[in-house]
Every structure is written in C-alpha cells, then in structure tokens.
Design a protein around this ligand. Structure first.
Ligand code: C2E
Ligand code: MG
Ligand code: MG
Ligand code: MG
Length: 294
C-alpha cells in the first residue's frame, strides 16, 4: 500500500492520496524518466447529461505517480512543465492515450463517447499542432469529433489573434473546441465574441465559496452565463459540481451537462467503463459536430 513519507510501493493511485512534497528541481529531474517508465497515468472523469444523469463522455486528466516520491499533483507539475516546455511532450502522450482508448472502444464494440483532452497554451505555439492532431486521428482511425480539445482563456489572453487562428483551423478539421475554465479570467466575454467555441466549461470554483451554496449572487452570475450561452447556441458543462444542491440549481437554470466530484472523481479507465455501462447517452443534448466519416 502506498506510503507518503518518501517510499512508495505500488502502482495504485488513489484520488484521495495525500500528495507528496517536492520542489521544482525534483520535478524537473524526474519528468523524462517518469514519462518513459509510464509513471504518468491517464485518468478519465465522466461528464453527465444533467437531466438523464447519463454519461456523455469524459475528460482525460493526467496523474503522476512516482514510485519513490508518490503522488504529485497536476497543480504542482503542470505549471513547471509549461515553463520548461515539457508539457508538449506530456500532452502528446495524453492525447495519444485518449486516441488509443477511443480505438479500443471501437474495436471492442463498446459505446463510443467523446474524450476531451487538455491543450496547454504552450502546445498551441508548436508550428505543426494541427498536423499533430490530424496524424493522431489518422493513425488510430477515429472521427475527429470524438477527440475534443479543451483550450483555456489564458491561451487567448496571451495571443488572441494567433490562438483564434489555430482554434479555427482545428475546428475546421472537425475537432470540437471546448473553452475550459470559462469565467475564471478577465476577458471571458470579449473572448466569446471572437473565439470559435463549441462547448463552454464553467468551473464552479470561479464562484466564491459563500456564493456557491446560496443561489444569490453566484447563482445569478451562473444563471446569466448559462442564458448567454443559450443565446449564442453554445452548450454548457458545469465543472466542479460537488453537491446535490448545486446539481439541483444547475438543473433549474437549464445547464445541460455536469462534471464534478458529486458525480465522479477522475478514475482509471476500467472504472470509467463500468460507469458508462451503468447508463450512457451517445446522443446527448450537446451539438452534433460533423459526421462519422473519417
Ligand atoms: P481542468 O482542465 O479544469 O480540469 C478539471 C480539474 O478539476 C481536475 O483537476 C479535476 O480533478 C478537478 N475537479 C473535477 N471535479 C471537481 C470537483 O467537483 N471539485 C473540485 N474541487 N475539483 C474538481 P486536476 O486533475 O488536478 O487538474 C488540474 C488542472 O491541471 C486541470 O484543470 C488542467 O488545467 C491541468 N491538467 C490536468 N491534466 C492535464 C493534461 O493532461 N494536460 C494539460 N495541459 N493540463 C492538464
Ligand atoms: Mg480541462
Ligand atoms: Mg476546467
Ligand atoms: Mg481548472
């Protein structure tokens, strides 16, 4: 069983595991070896249609379980990797894993539900980023609409013109564009005017704790955002849903989809498959993007 005082010993990763304390140097010293040894794991967090409570897909989230150091949180290593450029290598690994999983579903005759992957703002500066995604779906023979791309507002803020251009190209190739963490930055509304966005992800964490439970101020903001999205015909996924009360409120304001600990934490692939088997919708209320022809 894993211990967290430095010496761990099993490959099991528990979402509740206490994270280890490491500094940036340790992260940098270990990243390449860990990627080679398969110590970065791809977990899936299901997304649900709020009304039917059926699984409609998942977000791929990377986990780092180092055999000696233990569990290192993405919040700690992602910013380091974004600074030293390693994020691109890691992300390509995660994207490929997502494609593999989609291929496996197709081969096994399992329900095929989209998987969204995170695309760091750093990745978007790679000159052949569009080609990278095209090569992946060609290699694994999957329709692009099953590989959803989560971009963040920070990418847009840094370099609006370039990011809009790349996002348009990706969308043009059939990859759905999800705007992640919508509302957490400073230029959300402005961004929505220009960015190609197929689905908005609103993170409830952007609301102050005191605003989360009551349906006062935070509730009004959420309500407005969902209504605005409806006007724009953009479906919404609320992230970070932790309580029944939040879920109920989201339902009353017409939010279509949810993702959060209240429904499920990010889980290993086999656990995700079990959740899908309990009820899924491959025809969710989300917009239909493209066709199945590759
Ligand atoms: P994100 O893309 O917004 O992913 C959602 C984060 O919220 C995940 O944290 C998830 O575990 C967490 N979360 C989901 N539901 C709840 C909830 O109900 N309550 C709370 N408190 N948290 C919830 P995680 O996995 O720690 O990742 C944090 C961030 O790290 C991600 O935010 C994303 O920006 C980044 N990240 C994770 N995996 C990758 C990856 O493969 N590539 C890149 N570039 N970034 C990644
Ligand atoms: Mg995300
Ligand atoms: Mg998010
Ligand atoms: Mg986030």
């Amino acid at each position: 069983r894993a211990q967290h005082n430095g010496l761990v010993l099993c490959g099991e990763y528990d979402e509740d595991m206490r994270e280890c304390i490491v500094n940036e140097q340790v992260i940098v010293n270990n990243m390449h070896g860990s990627l080679q040894r398969g110590e970065f794991l791809v977990y899936l967090q299901p997304k649900y249609e709020l009304m039917s409570e059926k699984v409609i897909g998942a977000e791929a989230l990377v986990r780092w379980l180092h055999p000696q150091l233990g569990f290192i949180s993405p919040a700690k290593f992602i910013p380091v990797f974004e600074q030293n450029g390693f994020i691109y290598q890691l992300d390509k690994y995660v994207w490929e894993r997502a494609c593999q999983l989609l291929r496996e579903d197709m081969d096994k005759g399992r329900p095929i539900l989209p998987i969204s992957v995170n695309v760091s703002r750093i990745d978007l500066y790679s000159p052949n980023i569009v080609q990278v995604f095209e090569n992946l779906i060609r290699k694994y023979r999957i329709p692009p609409r099953y590989l959803e791309l989560e971009l963040t507002e920070s990418a847009y803020v840094e370099n609006p013109q370039q990011i809009i251009e790349i996002a348009k190209q990706l969308q043009g190739k059939g990859f759905p564009i999800l705007m992640d963490d919508f509302g957490s930055g400073y230029s959300s509304l402005n961004m929505l005017k220009d960015m190609p966005v197929d689905i908005l992800k609103i993170d409830l964490k952007f609301l102050a704790d005191s605003d989360k439970e009551d349906n006062g101020r935070g509730g009004n903001i959420l309500n407005s955002v969902v209504r605005m999205a409806k006007w724009l015909h953009i479906p919404v996924i609320a992230e970070g849903v932790e309580t029944q009360q939040q879920a109920d409120f989201l339902r009353t304001i017409g939010c279509e989809c949810v993702q959060g600990f209240f429904y499920s934490k990010p889980v290993p692939v086999d656990v995700y498959e079990g959740l899908v088997d309990q009820g899924y919708s491959s025809d969710p209320v989300l917009v239909h993007l493209g066709t199945d022809e590759t």
